[in-house]
Design a protein around this ligand. Sequence first.
Ligand code: HEM
Ligand code: HEM
Length: 149
Amino acid sequence: MKGYPHWFLRALLGAMLMMLVTGLLLAPGTLVMRAEMDLPWRLPGEARVYTAMLHAAGGFSLAAFTGSLWSLHMRAGWRRRKHRGSGLFVGSLLVLLCMSAVAVYYLGEEQAGTIAALLHLALGIALLGPFGWHWLRGYRSRRHHGPAV
Ligand code: HEM
Ligand code: HEM
């Protein structure tokens, strides 16, 4: 990623991975408490609080990463008409994840809060495919043509 510090890509991937792992750890509790599913395992009380804390902190840093990608990476790729579709898809999913996360925070246990939490979980899992697709295509094109700046 040209124009970013050398550690940026690794930090971005680390933040993505942390969101995915902590999100998946929170998921069984969400399905049991919110969707009333009967599952054999979920994170016990205190562990869930710490995991949610890590997840929310990681979310803030991922939002900051997305902001810095917007000002350089996305605009450079957009100008060069490269990987627009997959990049836009990933960027939009991240924005929707942030919006649904705010709804999870503030709508509480109400039905609307449950809908937001399930939507947030579905968006989080849906992010995997487009992000993997964009990353692979971006990685390959960078190796062949160099970065888009
Ligand atoms: C940009 C990415 C993301 C942001 C900003 C974000 C942010 C948040 C925030 C702030 C919460 C509330 C934490 C709390 O309950 O105290 C939350 C909850 C949650 N997130 Fe995410 N998240 C993101 C990605 C993901 C991903 C990738 C997954 C799943 C693979 C996921 C699954 C969950 C689940 C299951 C909950 C618990 C919902 C509940 O029952 O209250 N999130 N997220
Ligand atoms: C309009 C939106 C976007 C466009 C047009 C775009 C375009 C591109 C292009 C052209 C590349 C090829 C390599 C390079 O030039 O650096 C690339 C790579 C990449 N993009 Fe995007 N991108 C967008 C959004 C995003 C978002 C939102 C993320 C992550 C949150 C992201 C993560 C990556 C990653 C991880 C690579 C691989 C970098 C590497 O291996 O060096 N992109 N993108």
